[in-house]
Design a protein around this ligand. Structure first.
Ligand SMILES: NC(=O)c1ccc[n+]([C@@H]2O[C@H](COP(=O)([O-])OP(=O)(O)OC[C@H]3O[C@@H](n4cnc5c(N)ncnc54)[C@H](O)[C@@H]3O)[C@@H](O)[C@H]2O)c1
Length: 271
């Protein structure tokens, strides 16, 4: 693999973790964000650009070996904001990669693409059993992301890996996150696997750690080479004591999207 990985949204929460961990695994980074980075690392290239500016992304992707696309609005907002940043932005990332001959793109999708899916009643939910069922405009943008990725894989033969990320935080802060946590170390491991997997074609995989309380099946992610190292259970006692045990009748615990499925995420709250 020659050329750096173009990392969009590099200054955000996950981008900052990846900028810490991917170089140790041999990946040189070209880090793009609309906001200047405050902590450019040795050997890191920086690009300040808007990912919805196709010409700018085309410049940024020249000579790259792959794209990891994180940039966008990372929670619910108005339709104009979400559709522009997340759908137009994903189109620009994929189209720039295609025009530059970059054959692999890793996309930061979300569990909210399937948020109204009921959690399995025992057992594990596979990606193929969770078709699009978005819980918000944000979730719709992740469905569009996966659809665009599928199009570019089928039509142009690109490798496109969509990571349906759970909760990427330093540590779990709610009892729901005991099932959805993706630890910082496992964020790096998952993206590394998505970049390295031989010829994955189009793939959609859940992005969580090896949590004791997982309801997502990690078989497809492991098939890429992902070996999760962390388990949120070490935080369980303190979180359950602070917040109470999860109530399976509560939509926050009954549906994949958790609190995003509640009325407080209705559109009028974001106008
Ligand atoms: N953190 C999670 O738990 C989680 C879960 C599921 C999916 N994701 C997805 O992973 C990605 C990264 O998440 P995060 O938590 O790091 O988000 P974040 O909000 O911390 O970071 C997003 C970054 O994207 C940049 N950005 C926004 N619009 C941009 C634009 N138009 N052009 C260039 N840069 C732009 C921001 O400046 C920011 O640095 C997002 O796509 C998010 O939807 C995150």
């Amino acid at each position: 693999m020659s050329g750096p990985v173009l990392l969009t949204g590099a200054g955000g929460r996950i981008g900052t973790v990846l900028r810490g961990g991917l170089p140790e695994r041999g990946w040189a980074l070209r880090s793009l964000d609309v906001a200047p980075l405050t902590d450019v690392r040795p050997g890191e290239e920086e690009v300040v650009a808007d990912v919805t500016d196709l010409a700018a992304v085309l410049d940024a992707v020249a000579g790259a070996s792959a794209v990891v696309h994180l940039a966008g609005v990372s929670g619910e907002s108005t339709w104009p904001v979400i559709s522009h940043a997340n759908i137009e932005g994903t189109y620009c990332a994929l189209e720039a990669a295609r025009r530059a001959g970059v054959e692999r793109v890793v996309l930061a999708s979300s569990n909210h693409a399937t948020g109204y899916t009921p959690r399995p009643d025992g057992g594990l939910l596979r990606e193929v059993d969770a078709p699009p069922r978005p819980d918000t405009y944000y979730g719709v943008s992740k469905v569009a992301m996966e659809a665009l990725g599928s199009l570019y894989a089928d039509r142009y033969g690109m490798d496109v890996v969509c990571l349906r990320i759970g909760s990427a935080f330093p540590e779990p802060t709610t009892v729901r996150m005991l099932a959805t946590w993706l630890s910082p170390g496992d964020q790096v491991g998952l993206v590394d696997a998505a970049l390295r997997a031989p010829s994955p074609g189009f793939a959609v995989v859940w992005g969580v750690s090896a949590n004791t309380r997982n309801w997502w099946d990690l078989t497809a992610a492991r098939a890429l080479g992902y070996e999760p190292a962390d388990d949120a259970e070490v935080f369980a006692e303190a979180l359950v004591e602070a917040h109470g045990a999860p109530d399976p009748a509560d939509p926050v615990h009954r549906l994949v999207g958790g609190q995003y499925t509640l009325p407080e995420f209705d559109a009028e709250h974001f106008s």
